[in-house]
Ligand binder design. Structure first.
Ligand SMILES: Nc1ncnc2c1ncn2[C@@H]1O[C@H](COP(=O)(O)OP(=O)(O)OP(=O)(O)O)[C@@H](O)[C@H]1O
Length: 267
């Protein structure tokens, strides 16, 4: 088991956002959390990463209680892709991605050749190696988002928690990030992500957690959880999940895909 929560209460000080959550994430599994703004997704993720103390209950990473692990040990187990925000630091993108290696280094050790190579390879995977020497403060929001994902890849952690990894990204880069998530899954990495786009969950998630007001509305296999009915209840709008056939590759063989379409109200 890569990451797990048992009877988890999470929130801020006296204010619980969610209560009694049980969650497990297995190696090579993609679990996608969906929920309206303010549903508690970021608060839950920060608690699972030990960045916020659990109000009660237990969180384990790699089978070990988070309380028994140092910050560096947690970082080696679970990488974090936070929501991208503006940066005023003048590190280069390459240096920022190398910081993903910090948990593997001794207290005063500097990144070695392997660390630098891993960082460059991660930038390359995200298609931004051409920006390696550019200051973080001098790239676009989307490019910074890709660099944060590269930093998580460079950690070589067995689990990755991604807070809206496709926010800020253009259509092509969204698709590249989803493909990267599929590659991580194939490599046995556990991925926990949240998104505001149910189509992204339909594309990459094995399981989905629908969160409303901090409480699970549904948790289970993505195909059975992501329906027009549940998504309509989650977002308070009329949503249809339709199936489309897409011709693939040179053979033109048809694959079936489910897509999510909101039914817009008439003006
Ligand atoms: N530092 C904080 N202290 C107290 N309450 C907070 C804090 N940060 C967020 N909240 C509140 O906690 C609740 C959950 O917020 P959270 O950021 O986890 O939601 P979210 O699902 O990630 O939302 P979004 O989709 O808008 O990013 C909200 O009511 C929010 O106002």
């Amino acid at each position: 088991m890569s990451l797990a929560a048992q009877a988890l209460d999470y929130g801020y000080g006296e204010r619980a956002i969610g209560r009694g959550l049980d969650l497990t994430l297995e190696a090579g599994e993609v679990l996608c959390v969906l929920g309206p703004n303010g549903a508690g997704k970021t608060t839950l993720f920060r608690t699972l990463l030990g960045l916020l103390p659990a109000l009660s209950g237990r969180v384990t990473a790699g089978g070990q209680d988070l309380h028994s692990l140092s910050r560096a040990q947690i970082a080696r187990e679970v990488a974090y892709v936070p929501q991208a925000s503006a940066s005023y630091f003048d590190f280069s993108l390459a240096e920022m991605v190398e910081m993903g290696r910090t948990a593997h280094l001794g207290t005063f050790a500097r990144p070695g050749k392997r660390d630098r190579d891993l960082a460059r390879a991660a930038l390359d995977r995200m298609g931004i190696s051409g920006l390696a020497d550019r200051p973080v403060s001098a790239v676009s929001g989307g490019e910074r988002q890709l660099a944060l994902i590269a930093r998580a890849l460079a950690t070589e952690a067995r689990s990755i928690v991604m807070d809206e990894p496709t926010a800020n990204l253009d259509f092509g880069n969204q698709s590249r990030v989803l493909s990267e998530i599929a590659r991580l899954k194939a490599a046995g990495i556990a991925v926990l992500l949240c998104t505001h786009d149910p189509d992204h969950a339909l594309q990459v998630a094995d399981r989905a957690l629908l969160l409303r007001g901090g409480q699970p509305l549904a948790l289970g296999p993505a195909d059975s959880v992501l329906t027009g009915e549940t998504l309509s209840a989650l977002y308070g709008i009329d949503v249809v999940v339709a199936e489309v056939g897409i011709a693939q590759g040179e053979t033109g063989a048809t694959i079936r895909r489910r897509v999510c379409v909101p039914r817009l109200g008439r003006a």
